[in-house]
Design a protein around this ligand. Sequence first.
Ligand code: ADP
Length: 261
Amino acid sequence: RQHMARGLPKQKPISGVKQVVVVASGKGGVGKSTTAVNLALGLMANNPSKSVGLLDADIHGPSIPKLMNLKGNPDLTETNRMVPLTNYGIPCMSMGFLVDEEAPIVWRGLMVMSALEKLLRQVDWGTLDYLVVDMPPGTGDVQLSISQNIPVTGAVIVSTPQDIALLDARRGAEMFRKVNVPVLGLVQNMSVFQCPNCQHQTHIFGSDGARKLADTLGVHFLGDIPLHLNIREMSDRGQPVVISSPDSPEAEAYRKLAAAV
Ligand code: ADP
């Protein structure tokens, strides 16, 4: 009713999906996709009886195929719905499964919107307890459209402690508020680097900017993910740390994040 009162389009749930958690960031390169993937795996690790899916809503720069080590074209059901590709127990859908890997995706706004519509409405997820959505960076049409067209349980905003990233994260938080999507909280990524040789800790982008911003915005601080070589290397291999190094502190950090969401 609130949405009607604000003149927003009517929201329709994604069929079979109970909760939708979007992972957003104000700008690119802060670790949003890495966080989305490990959050999805963390949710499953924490609750093995729950089913979790992953939707890559970054139409221009899909990263889920690489991060989840998946490629190929989805099969179609009899009713022409796309069957997600699955790895590590997580069904995934991405624009990257539908277009040529090597071709840059240069599309006009309308085409992006119709692609998004397909990703939101034409996927056969079966039943999911959680659908984690890897949003494109920033606060554009795709983010608005998702927030307005499907009931989003909440948004997780990823930021580094650097000032500029924080400013953009603030814009992201304000956008979700405007469209009535609850902000579940802020994750601080790459805040601390621990030298693998001498164990010295360095706060490469500053130490607690995101924590302070969360206070200022009145949203929860969901935790810190360290800057760790293992996270980067395993992501590049398509073996996210929650799966490939479950006993590591970095995997633990993602499971803690999943428990806080
Ligand atoms: P975004 O989705 O915000 O553009 P990505 O998740 O693609 O960012 O991450 C950008 C790069 O940073 C990738 O190479 C990724 O492996 C790396 N990265 C992200 N988070 C971490 C981290 N905590 N430690 C080390 N590398 C990271």
